[in-house]
Design a protein around this ligand. Sequence first.
Ligand code: ADP
Length: 255
Amino acid sequence: MSNIILETRNLTKIYNLEQENEFEALHGIDFKAEAGEFICVMGPSGSGKTTFINNISTVDFPTKGQVLIDGAEIRSMSANEIGRFRSRNLGFVFQEFNLLNTHTLYENIAMPLALARTGKQEMNRRVEAVAKKMKIESILHKYPRECSGGQRQRGAICRALIMNPKIIIADEPTGNLDRANSNEFLEMIDGLNREQKVTVIMVTHDPLVASYSSRLVYIKDGVIEQSLDRGQMDRKEYFEKITEINASESRGFLR
Ligand code: ADP
């Protein structure tokens, strides 16, 4: 039995609707993610990846079509309902980490709990548990500027995980990390995906990063041009297929 956690039906996004500079960035995308998948979104710059991610994560809303998360139609909810729904179901990790510099790691991680009016004891328990998992329990008192890039990204993951989201949405999460930290980050995400069955949807331009996923979705000119299941491929074989898909795009510029 399939267990669809996220679905788009005819997802269409038009920027500057009915203005001179109207632009259709997504052309009626039909997409389904099953619970527990680890999906990577790739594609050339300007192809619509961020628009897609924003629309499936309630950050932005489609001009036409539907987005269903765990069966709920986002556009039928009020702004308050969307806010609650987002904090309960979705965890976000971005390239810039998006931690508040005026707050310690602890305060950053605890923020979604504070907004949900969680009691102090429960808050401590949960922040410490997630920080331990991500191996930053000894630096929770530090401010982001006192932490390394890798530590900040772990802090951002902790904040994304603190509400036990069903889906983690990540937009170029390794963009500011060196290879060692990037690999460590991916091992953590991979572990969460395998052990806790958290669904992951991640934009990246890096085939090595994408090779951790279980499915590649390749967006071009506002449509899903290709989809590649990892299936039984080992990481190396999958990586090579992903590289080939990206290279055939670049090759077009040689003509
Ligand atoms: P990607 O993430 O693949 O680089 P984007 O989703 O950011 O692509 O952008 C897709 C297309 O939509 C681009 O042509 C971009 O210029 C356009 N676009 C993105 N955001 C806006 C906006 N707020 N207003 C108008 N056009 C936009």
